[in-house]
Design a protein around this ligand. Structure first.
Ligand code: BTN
Length: 259
């Protein structure tokens, strides 16, 4: 894997932007929040070659070994409402899927809420965190994106559920190119947050729509059928009793072969 550097990423970018690349950091989301508090401009990005405490959703960790993945956090200072800001993770999922396809030719699926999947295994996770101003308006958002690029062995608890671009036959991947592509696609998709245009692509890339799923609530699983993604990127499901319900957060699992 080509070594990641700010200079190499900039070579692929059509416009300059503020970038920091760490060899090692606890979490690029933490570093980005710190930088945002110090005034980092909209669109600035933090990248690390490895994370010692990579964070996932729902209090989980994100496996972030040295120089085999992309660990990237983008700082946004949107003029959006707090409600609209929840759309940013779905925008990041579409942008990252587009970038991966453009740079590697590999087509990836989106598993609601915002994981990218390949061949039924997780390839990429996204974690957004926000900070509010005293009046309740959004101060900044940090959107963390972790992509397994050339990881060839995962810890036992992940080996059956995680994959990497290399494992899917992605060949030699230039991470600097892929990072630049993610940054640019993300900027473009974010421009559609008001109109929600990008949600059509989100739906087209979904690997859950039209399938039986299980809603995960702690230890409890509830059977459901995934019907649609609504304008807020929430999942619309039909329950076994025929009730239609909108699910705004949490997790689903898929049953059977859903590649
Ligand atoms: C998930 O799978 O639940 C979300 C994973 C998000 C991982 C990325 S890697 C870059 C950024 N820094 C972190 O600590 N987490 C995100």
């Amino acid at each position: 894997m080509e070594r990641i550097s700010a200079e190499q990423i900039r070579n692929w970018l059509s416009e300059d932007r503020e970038l920091v690349v760490y060899d090692e950091i606890d979490s690029t989301n933490n570093a980005a929040k710190q930088w945002a508090r110090e005034g980092a401009p909209d669109g600035s990005a933090v990248i690390a070659l490895r994370q010692t405490a990579g964070k996932g959703r729902l209090g989980r960790s994100f496996y972030s070994p040295n120089a085999t993945g992309i660990y990237l956090t983008v700082i946004l200072r949107p003029t959006l409402s707090v409600e609209q800001s929840t759309l940013v993770t779905s925008a990041a999922a579409v942008a990252t899927a587009r970038a991966i396809e453009r740079v590697t030719g590999i087509s990836v699926k989106i598993k609601w809420v915002n994981d990218l999947y390949l061949g039924g295994k997780k390839l990429c996770g996204i974690l957004a965190e926000s900070a509010l101003l005293p009046g309740g308006k959004l101060d900044y958002l940090v959107v963390g994106i972790g992509v397994n690029v050339s990881t060839d062995s995962f810890p036992p608890e992940l080996s059956e559920i995680a994959t990497s671009l290399a494992a899917a036959g992605g060949g030699e991947i230039d991470c600097n190119h892929l990072i630049a592509a993610i940054l640019e696609e993300f900027e473009q998709v974010c421009a559609q947050l008001e109109t929600r245009e990008y949600l059509e692509e989100y739906k087209a890339r979904s690997c859950v729509l039209g399938k039986p799923v299980q809603l995960v609530r702690g230890e409890e699983l509830q059977e459901a059928f995934a019907l649609d993604i609504d304008r807020d990127a929430h999942l619309v499901v039909r329950l076994p009793d025929g009730d239609v319900r909108t699910v705004s957060s949490g997790e689903i699992s898929l049953k059977g072969d859903w590649r």
